[in-house]
Ligand binder design. Sequence first.
Ligand code: ADP
Ligand code: MG
Length: 240
Amino acid sequence: MTETSLKLDRVSKAFGTVKVLHDIDLDVQKGEFVVFVGPSGCGKSTLLRVIAGLEDATSGTVEIAGQRVNTVPPAKRGIAMVFQSYALYPHLNVADNMTLGLKQEGASKSMITERLAEAVRILNLDPYLIRRPAELSGGQRQRVAIGRAIVRQPQLFLFDEPLSNLDAALRMNTRIEIAQLHRTLGTTMIYVTHDQTEAMTLADRIVVLRDGRVEQVGSPMELYNNPANRFVAGFLGAPA
Ligand code: ADP
Ligand code: MG
């Protein structure tokens, strides 16, 4: 018996008169890794922000674990986002960057210590705990940003092109780490990218977006072997 983690029902979003998302329907099961893929400007980041409740949909609804996202206070939504830019505090060391959110939520000292130790172990961040962001490589910074998300034990991770600022070798390593993280935690993950390889290797299911609409949803193999149209075929690299 599967359990729905995230449900989008006819989600549309306009900025002024410009419609950027059109009637998006999607059910994501608990523990699923879903990748939104599509060209730059197709609405991926906007859709993530609407899912996180950072933007309200113009129409339609977003439910997380059965609750409308914008009826739950942000700190209680159980959502953690990881962005392309790491957004770490330059004056705080790695440990403090990772635990600031927990401290602000009033978590106990023992809980903070425990959660930090777990995230550090999962991400092999031990050697870097007292360094500041400027003393880290891009890949290490992104691991800290992921660690900051892990310590909150969210029910839903949202990743917005988290590898875009990394060079090719680090991109592959970090991608493998994210896959590992999903296997370890089993948490539902939504991952946005314009990169076909990331989509094909990470996803349980891929949602192909074009101009704010869903073109096709399916497993990597389904989309590769049976693309609905030339756009999907072209995008996922299958022969047309
Ligand atoms: P993607 O992440 O797929 O590159 P975005 O979601 O960032 O796409 O953008 C989708 C469209 O919405 C783009 O045309 C962009 O210019 C527009 N857009 C995004 N945010 C805003 C905003 N705050 N105000 C006006 N237009 C926006
Ligand atoms: Mg974007």
